[in-house]
Design a protein around this ligand. Structure first.
Ligand SMILES: *Cc1c(COP(=O)(O)O)cnc(C)c1O
Length: 405
């Protein structure tokens, strides 16, 4: 007799984006003449840059020719891409990540979801609150999170690290020591970053406690300030405690084309000396059949001179929107953070309102759609996320409407 995996049945419904869609649909139906501006978008909107498109065309032509056609890609990624990443991403940061420590994949979402598989069932996880929901949900599916409390929205066996205005959205080192720590900086949803010194504290803490940090650097390309680390491997000792997730989605607009990679140093071992690099190579080679050749060539083109210039322009476009939104909200009297090293702007909702109250207020009064902070975790209550992924014109208009409220 077949039975569904009961751990999957424990997942609370993912109400956030479907509730938003329903509310927006109802409003549009009742107010067909109103122009809605969506600043809740968590996806890029600029087209792929010319250097990337050119590489895609060239690789496609190769696939049409018997002499250059390629079948299965190597499970762990083509050498040309792994070498390019090592040389163009990690060497300039002064880190010594080798090409064979880079595992090419279809993106950081699946890697952030799957990485927990190489750790034992009783692995204790710690996450920031608010959080990118994938980290928690995949551990729920793996049966490690205990029981869910409907009222608090917390799992009994997860260590939550609140990130609020009080700590500058930077989590404190937990007193109860976790085994696996998920960190994401620049952060989605808060847009916050940590300094290199703060990240070094995490690396030291993990090494001292033989814990592993999964560092999600999906928004690394948005960092504009000095002193903000682009990679956890800039910290001393990270090679023995950290795994880094990277994505081409936000830095080069690959959300639809799909490409990412995970870095696992060969020095990273568990408490018994087992190589996590080898375990992940085994896992990835067994369960993943390689990212497409055409897309890996596209990824390589991101690091050409042209590709770098063009993708930097795209990021500058979004960051111009971020500044408009940040400055606009400030001018309207809101307490705002993020938006400087990330495409996310995080604001405190007015006193006496919940995140959802503010969602309704903004939709009805300004016809602007954002995302309630409480949807990312209990500590997100009282906060609201706007994103810079819209058009410049819409970002400006949205701020004019909000200032006029
Ligand atoms: C967008 C995003 C990613 C990237 O996911 P892909 O699967 O590479 O598109 C990873 N982590 C976070 C926190 C994100 O917001």
């Amino acid at each position: 007799m077949i039975h569904a995996n009961e751990d999957y049945l424990k997942l609370p419904g993912s109400y956030l984006f479907s509730t938003i869609a329903k509310k927006v649909a109802a409003f549009t139906e009742a107010n067909p003449d109103k122009k809605i501006i969506r600043l809740g978008i968590g996806d890029v909107t600029q087209p792929l840059c010319p250097a990337v498109i050119e590489a895609i065309h060239k690789a496609t032509d190769e696939m049409a020719d018997g002499a250059t056609f390629r079948g299965y890609a190597p499970d762990l990624g083509y050498e040309f891409l792994r070498t390019t990443i090592a040389e163009k991403v990690f060497r300039p940061l002064g880190t010594d990540i080798a090409a064979d420590e880079i595992f090419v994949s279809d993106g950081a979402k699946s890697d952030s979801a799957n990485i927990q598989e190489i750790f034992t069932h009783d692995t204790k996880i710690a996450v920031c609150d608010p959080v990118y929901p994938v980290y928690v949900d995949t551990n729920v599916m793996a049966g490690r999170t205990g029981t869910y409390d409907e009222t608090t929205g917390l799992w009994s066996n997860v260590i939550y690290m609140p990130c609020t205005a009080a700590n500058g959205y930077s989590p404190e080192l937990p007193k109860e020591v976790p085994d696996l720590i998920y960190l994401c900086f620049p952060n989605n949803p808060t847009g916050a970053t940590v300094t290199k010194a703060q990240l070094q504290d995490w690396v030291d803490y993990a090494n001292k406690n033989h814990a592993v940090i999964v560092y999600d650097a999906a928004y690394e390309a948005y960092i504009s300030e000095e002193g903000v680390p682009h990679s956890i491997f800039e910290c001393e000792g990270a090679r023995t405690c950290a795994i880094e997730l990277r994505s081409f989605s936000k830095n080069a607009g690959f959300t639809g084309t799909r490409l990412g990679y995970t870095v696992i140093p060969k020095d990273l071992v568990d408490a018994d000396g087992v190589s996590l690099h080898s375990l992940w190579a085994r896992r990835h080679g067994t369960k993943f059949n390689g990212a497409p050749y055409i897309i890996q060539r596209a990824g390589e083109a991101v690091y050409s001179e042209e590709g770098q210039r063009q993708t930097k322009e795209q990021i500058a476009y979004y960051m111009k929107n971020a500044k408009v939104i940040y400055d606009g909200l400030k001018a309207a009297g809101y307490t705002v953070s993020g938006g400087v090293n990330a495409p996310y702007i995080w604001l405190q909702v007015p006193q006496g309102m919940t995140s959802w109250d503010f969602f309704d207020y903004l939709l009805e009064k300004a016809n602007v759609v954002g995302t309630p902070g409480s949807g990312f975790g209990p500590s997100g209550e009282g906060y609201f996320r706007l994103t810079a992924f819209g058009t410049y014109e819409n970002s400006v208009e949205a701020m004019e409407r909000i200032k006029a409220l």
